[in-house]
Design a protein around this ligand. Structure first.
Ligand SMILES: NC(=O)c1ccc[n+]([C@@H]2O[C@H](COP(=O)([O-])OP(=O)(O)OC[C@H]3O[C@@H](n4cnc5c(N)ncnc54)[C@H](OP(=O)(O)O)[C@@H]3O)[C@@H](O)[C@H]2O)c1
Length: 270
């Protein structure tokens, strides 16, 4: 267990590359000790060494494959047992290129294990531990595709819709607990995820692609501002608030004891 600092320890999944590695840098600068989680231990150690050289933070490396039950259990145990952990960045994720009917079903299942099951298990474990201390922060990395399933990747966007729904539901569940839960919805961000999934980020117009440093800095600015959902690219946050209000306006009519008039069928058609 790392020595307690005033800020405590941030556990970051998917810290060996991309968005997670930048969170590690920024949270170190903010005075957090770090626990870096991913599969590539060599990369994690290299990042831990460079962060250690740059500042006074203590960094621990935890190798785990979060697409497996065993890997998730290692990190859940850490969250349950390390009392210094005060922040979780639920960031590890993958994408799978291709249409639902064409993509390798095994890869899609692995993606669901990583993007959904791991996020759920870690968020739940952190929430239990943080609620007992009445403080703590959970950052769940979703995607703007949670709001735009028409664009691409039906299963990937579904996993990210799960992250958004889970986060918004946990915000209500934890409202009185002193625990904050933020969803971050990045748009296209220049990281390895595109190459790893067989996609090509350069097919997109450059005006749609954000650098990873800017993405993480904006996400942390959103956290500092108290936002519950941060969409770094969105120019006017009122657009998201209007979307949320329209969605919530459906609520009184989503469950009734009779079908709507347009579904009434005649006795003869039964
Ligand atoms: N880049 C974008 O355009 C974009 C847009 C929206 C949302 N996001 C989301 O942002 C998050 C971070 O993505 P990124 O763009 O930074 O991707 P990335 O550069 O590919 O990094 C992914 C990280 O997750 C780790 N990881 C992958 N599979 C893992 C597994 N089975 N177990 C444990 N760790 C695993 C990787 O490390 P190892 O390989 O060492 O395990 C790596 O550290 C993801 O949730 C992604 O869906 C990205």
């Amino acid at each position: 267990m790392l020595e307690n600092t005033k800020k405590g320890t941030a556990l970051i999944t998917g810290a060996s590359a991309g968005i997670g590695a930048v969170y590690a840098d920024r949270l170190a600068r903010r005075g957090y000790n770090l626990i870096l989680v991913a599969r590539d231990e060599q990369k994690l150690n290299a990042l831990a060494n460079s962060l250690g050289e740059a500042g006074a933070v203590a960094v621990e490396v935890l190798r785990a494959d979060l697409s497996t039950r065993e890997g998730r259990a290692i990190v859940v145990k850490k969250l349950e047992q390390d009392d210094t952990i005060s922040l979780l960045v639920n960031n590890a994720g993958m994408a799978v290129e291709g249409l639902v009917i064409d993509a390798d079903p095994e890869k899609l299942e692995t993606m669901i294990e990583l993007n959904i099951t791991a996020v759920m298990r870690l968020a739940a474990a952190a929430a239990r531990s943080f609620a007992a201390k009445r403080q703590g922060v959970i950052i769940n990395i979703g995607s703007v595709l949670a709001l735009a399933p028409e664009i691409l990747g039906g299963v990937y966007s579904g996993t990210k819709a799960f992250v958004l729904n889970l986060t918004q539901s946990m915000q209500i569940e934890l409202a009185a607990s002193g625990v904050r839960v933020q969803a971050v919805l990045p748009g296209a961000t220049r990281t390895e995820i595109w190459d790893r999934s067989g996609g090509d980020i350069n097919q997109l117009p450059p005006t749609m692609i954000m650098g990873v440093d800017e993405l993480v800095d904006a996400s942390l600015a959103g956290l500092d501002a108290g936002e519950q959902v941060t969409i770094p690219s969105l120019p006017d946050f009122a657009d998201f608030e209007a979307f949320t209000a329209a969605r919530q306006a459906l609520a009184p009519n989503l469950s009734h004891n009779h079908a709507a008039a347009r579904y009434k069928i005649s006795e003869a058609a039964r």
